[in-house]
Design a protein around this ligand. Structure first.
Ligand code: F6P
Length: 321
């Protein structure tokens, strides 16, 4: 491998810069040149690229967002869009592409490799933690901390006003963030898409909480749960008449300085991605499972489903007694 390209794609995630930095610095260490593609696949089919060196990624490890910019590309979903991107990669003499992103981005990389034979390595970068083949994705730890900080603050108001707070967190179709935040935030209830139960039960939960002497309640809802936070809040108000507030945390969960766990994960996976290309691997995502670097075929990362921790789900219920 003489020259590789790197891009970030899909939703930004804290730690993406640390991953870019790790790719660039590992490549430099190995005498490989790096082409940085701007705006993900959207930029790739337009040829938005430039050589980046070790100094260009200085002072980025602590920064949220992505210095390469990102996008969700519609054109890349067409074979013509991908052919254009492949042409640019060939023009630039690129021997492989490292894609930092989530499952949509991995689909993009997978088809590029299938159709044009360009080796692709995926690095899991998404706050959702919804990729099979890695225990955690880059950005997840920071998103959890950000959401937890918001929950702690909302709890002050909830307790002072003796209100019910229903808080919606991100995660797309997965409940990883919700579950982690529910346990760490001491929530009374958590609703996740992995257990799409009727919301009526929440009325009894809130009433029982009141009977036990809890004047306020925190309920966490994953955005992927049918009906979202509003659906849960409506059920509570209808069933109890209690003052309920909904707070949808939204994109705040995607920003901010990455916590150390995300920086370290990103550093290890960025390094591993370069070595994987050098070792002749292609079409795999590098991940970390039980502390060890793992390699999973790109298509398995979205075809196989990573379940939430059922132990943690049980724990959340037990501790809300
Ligand atoms: O995948 C990351 C994520 O933040 C999801 O949690 C959320 O469903 C989605 O992206 C929001 O996407 P957008 O930023 O395009 O609105």
């Amino acid at each position: 491998v003489k020259r590789l390209a790197v891009l970030t794609s899909g939703g930004d995630a804290p730690g993406m810069n640390a991953a870019i930095r790790a790719v660039v610095r590992t490549a430099t260490h190995q005498g490989i040149e790096v082409v940085g593609v701007r705006r993900g696949f959207s930029g790739l089919h337009r040829g938005n690229m430039a050589i980046i060196g070790a100094r260009d990624v200085a002072n980025t490890i602590q920064r949220g967002g992505t210095i390469l910019l990102t996008a969700r590309s519609h054109t890349w979903r067409t074979p013509e869009g991908r052919a254009k991107g492949a042409e640019y990669l060939r023009e630039w003499g690129v021997d492989g592409l490292i894609v930092i992103g989530g499952d949509g981005s991995f689909h993009g990389g997978y088809y590029l490799q299938q159709e044009h034979g360009i080796p692709v390595i995926g690095v899991p970068g998404t706050i959702d933690n919804d990729l099979y083949g890695t225990d955690h994705t880059i950005g997840y730890f920071t998103a959890v901390e950000t959401a937890l900080d918001a929950v702690d603050k909302l709890r002050d108001t909830g307790a002072s006003h003796e209100r019910i707070f229903v808080i919606e967190v991100m995660g797309r179709h997965a409940g990883h963030i919700a579950l982690e935040v529910a346990v760490a935030g001491g929530a009374e209830e958590v609703f996740i898409p992995e257990d799409p139960r009727p919301v009526d039960g929440v009325v009894a939960t809130v009433q029982e909480s009141l009977a036990k002497g809890k004047a306020s309640s925190i309920i966490i809802v994953a955005e992927g749960f049918p009906g979202g936070a509003q659906g849960v809040a409506d059920a509570i108000e209808a069933g109890t008449g209690l003052e309920t507030r909904v707070s949808i945390l939204g994109h705040i969960q995607r920003g901010g300085t990455p916590v150390s766990s995300d920086r370290v994960l990103a550093s290890r996976l960025g390094e591993a991605a370069v070595y994987a290309l050098m070792d002749g691997m292609r079409g795999v995502m590098v991940g970390r499972m039980n502390g060890e670097i793992s390699y999973t075929p790109l298509e398995e990362t979205w075809e196989k489903r990573k379940d939430v921790s059922r132990d943690l789900y049980r724990c959340a219920k037990t501790l809300s007694v």
